[in-house]
Design a protein around this ligand. Structure first.
Ligand code: NAP
Length: 244
């Protein structure tokens, strides 16, 4: 049976790579995007041209009404969501002492509340179907903390807590909830880092390179597969050995 996967923030970066990987495995793929209309449409057209079943829905995952509208649009076309990948997120580098309440709220609204809204919106059907998978994208910084990224690290640690709690609550309904906590990945999220910082990060990584979006897409795809049905509540961290 072909399953429907919703990937939030799939217009670029890790989400885009995941959308391509799922499409190649014959999932029905929903590309969620917010601002990057052109890249989402380009991805939609490319996947459709290859014969994949795919749709794109614009929605701000930090807004409940947008999330509810998105899920309704998906149900009208593909039916219920079988796999939710809570990938959309934002980051910020700032001294903790300079972090405003607006900065803090924005990071938590995007990185944590978005997972809450999207998960709650798909869970009614998953529980009724007695199956489903939720894969939350955290970060190594949610495990070990990053200097000048206190709010981001705290929000990504919250995603790990949410994952573990939901895994316990939803296990009896045969719903697996896991977390992927990537190391440093070569996406636009890290474009603001200077050469020196990027070199230092590579130097600290036993595999001597940044990760690619495809490296993370493979981990997400694995957790979505039925072969991973006995895995729940876990934090899977593809990080090139950065954290051991
Ligand atoms: P990215 O290249 O900056 O892409 C971010 C994606 O999130 C975009 O598709 C963007 O959509 C979407 N997004 C942002 N705000 C949104 C909103 N309000 N509603 C819907 N979508 C929204 O980032 P990335 O590196 O691929 O990161 C993906 C995830 O991995 C994030 O959760 C990030 O925290 C996590 N992560 C990244 C790294 C890394 O080193 N890159 C490491 C660890 C964890 P639009 O462009 O359409 O607005």
């Amino acid at each position: 049976m072909n399953k429907t996967v919703l990937i939030t923030g799939a217009s670029r970066g890790i989400g885009r790579a995941a959308a391509i990987a799922f499409a190649k495995e014959n999932y029905r793929v929903v590309i969620n995007y917010f601002r990057s209309v052109d890249s989402a449409q380009e991805l939609l057209c490319a996947l459709k041209a290859e014969g994949h079943r795919v749709m794109a829905v614009q929605a701000d995952i930090s807004k409940k009404e947008d999330v509810l509208r998105m899920i309704k649009e998906i149900k009208d076309v593909f039916g219920s969501v079988d796999i939710l990948v809570n990938n959309a997120g934002i980051s910020q580098q700032k001294l903790f002492t300079d972090t405003t309440e607006e900065d803090w709220d924005s990071l938590f609204d995007h990185n944590v509340k978005g997972c809450y809204y999207c998960s709650q919106a798909v869970l009614g059907d998953m529980i009724a179907n007695q199956r489903g998978k939720i894969i939350n994208i955290s970060s190594i910084w949610g495990i070990c903390g990053a200097s000048c990224e206190a709010a981001y690290s705290a929000s990504k640690a919250a995603v790990i807590g949410l994952t573990k709690a939901l895994a316990k609550e939803l296990g009896p309904s045969n719903i697996q909830v896991n977390c992927v906590a990537p190391g440093v990945i070569d996406t636009e999220m890290n474009r603001s880092l200077d050469e020196q910082t990027l070199h230092a990060l590579c130097d600290q990584t036993p595999l001597c390179r940044l990760g690619s979006p495809e490296d993370i897409a493979s981990a997400i795809l694995f957790l979505a597969d039925e072969k991973a049905n006995f895995i729940t509540g876990q934090v899977f961290s593809p990080n090139g050995g950065f954290l051991i």
